[in-house]
Structures are given as C-alpha cells and as structure tokens.
Design a protein around this ligand. Structure first.
Ligand code: SAM
Length: 256
C-alpha cells in the first residue's frame, strides 16, 4: 500500500519509522511518503493560511497550495501509469476533521484494501472547503474524525488512522488471528471490546490469574473470554451492546 501524507509538519511523523510500521516500510509492504505543504507556496513567507471569509477568529488554510500539492502528489500513481491494459491506481483522499464521520475499525478494514491513501493534515480552523470539492472531481474523498474532541492539527489523527490501517495489511502482524480477536473486529467481536488478558507468573503480588486460563480446557477458556468481553463491554461501552443484533447473543450470553 502507498500512503502519501501532506502536512506543514513532516517531522511530526517520526513515529512511522518505528515498530510494526517501520518494519512494514523496510520490507516494502508499506510505502509512506511525506510532503511539506509549504513546498507548494510561492511567496517569501511560504504562507499557507489567511483570514476567514465572513470574519471570525482564527485562520483558514488557503486552497492554492493544497490544490497544487494534491495535483502533484496524485500525478504519480504507485506502480507507474499502470501496466499495459491495467488502469493506474486511484488515490483515496482522507481529510481528518472533527466534523467528519467517526473513524471506526470498519473504516480501517475497508481502507486497508485500498492501494493508495492520501492524507491531508489541516491546521488552524481547517482547510478551505473548496479543496475537498475540487479533489472529489478526480478521486474519492472521505472526511473522518477520530473522536468528539478538537486537536490542534490533523497530524496526530493521521498517525492514528495510518497505524490502525497498517496493522491490518497482510504480513504486518506476526499473528493474523490476533486481529480477529481484537475489540471491534468484524465478526464475533464487532460489537464487543476484548476482556482482560494475563501472562506469567500465575500469581503476582498476591493477584492470581483466573484459574480457568490454567485449566487447558479450550472450550471453557473460550466461554470465559466471551463472558468477560460481554461484561467489559456492558461496563465501558453499553452503546455497542445496544447496537448488537439480538441474534448475535446466545442463551448463555443473555445470562452474563
Ligand atoms: N475549526 C475546526 C472545527 O471546529 O471543526 C477545528 C479545526 S482543528 C483546530 C485543526 C485541524 O485539526 C483540523 O483541520 C483537522 O485536520 C484536525 N483535527 C482536529 N480534531 C480532529 C479530530 N477529532 N479528528 C480528526 N482531525 C481532527
């Protein structure tokens, strides 16, 4: 997968050199390219913002550098212009914004199947709205929010989304099963969070690991995990359980 990130703070993305994503980049599974929006400014001060039309506080990111940046970045598809007969990859533009659709694991699953994502990191009061409208004439555009709070810029939201998507790419995680058992995973876990997890030693500071986990009885362990998952979801995320289709709950589930 190719990921292009346009930002006024390319240094913000140092963490993408580390851990799973760093390894995925080194092995060629992931091709991340960082672009400084100011390279597409033409004045002495490399200006990327201006006062909002209609008045009000703060500044708005100017459309011209964004338009030029998106034109340049998307003119160079992964794998070149496409093999003979094959259409070149189309980028999907992601605009992180608190006013976007809430980003979920389901978005991550869908985005992980795309060949090419482009993230546009806003700052100040956001990006002039004509940039999204103009880009949508050439590529799919999605406005995504990582939560009901306001960050100073789209960089940290982009890091969150890039990490969530990247760990789903084939070859990135050592054990693919762990993804399917994670909180929110499509399938059994879609409306659940994962329950508690434990490792050795069996007793630590007087706290014991639940005996069922030491029993070697896989059926009993699975049932315990499901029960704990249901309890934790009810405690921390009752909204998820409310959305769970009734047929997803078995008779035992209802007694938990
Ligand atoms: N005036 C905007 C509003 O009220 O919707 C907030 C702008 S915010 C200070 C600057 C930038 O941070 C946004 O353009 C966006 O890129 C990013 N941002 C802030 N909160 C975000 C969130 N919850 N999810 C995704 N991006 C966010």
């Amino acid at each position: 997968m190719r990921i292009d990130i346009i930002t006024i703070f390319p240094d913000y993305f140092g963490p993408l050199e580390l851990s799973l994503i760093g390894k995925a980049r080194a092995s060629g599974i992931l091709d991340v390219r960082l672009h400084d929006l100011r390279s597409w400014t033409h004045d002495r001060h490399n200006t990327v913002d201006d006062t909002p039309y209609g008045g009000g506080p703060g500044m708005v990111m100017k459309p011209e550098p964004w338009g030029e940046a998106l034109d340049a970045v998307t003119a160079d598809p992964p794998g070149g212009a496409g093999q003979a007969g094959a259409a070149p990859a189309v980028p999907r533009l992601i605009l992180p914004t608190p006013s976007g659709v809430p980003f979920t694991q389901a978005h991550a699953d869908r985005l992980a199947a795309e060949p090419w994502l482009v993230f546009a990191c806003g700052r100040y009061e956001g990006i002039d709205s004509r940039v999204a409208r103009d880009a949508a004439q050439r590529m799919p555009v999605e406005e995504l929010s990582i939560g009901d709070y306001v960050l100073a810029g789209g960089e940290s939201a982009t890091l969150v989304m890039v990490e969530t998507v990247s760990r789903l790419l084939p070859g990135v995680l050592g054990n693919r099963d762990s993804v399917d058992q994670d909180s929110f995973a499509t399938g059994e876990m879609q409306h659940l969070v994962e329950g508690p997890v434990y490792t050795k030693p069996a007793v630590w500071r007087g706290h014991e690991v639940p005996p069922v986990l030491l029993s070697g009885n896989h059926g009993a362990v699975d049932r315990w995990r499901r029960d704990e998952s249901l309890r934790k979801t009810a405690r921390n995320r009752p909204d998820l359980l409310e959305r769970m289709p009734a047929e997803r709950l078995d008779r035992h589930d209802r007694e938990v």
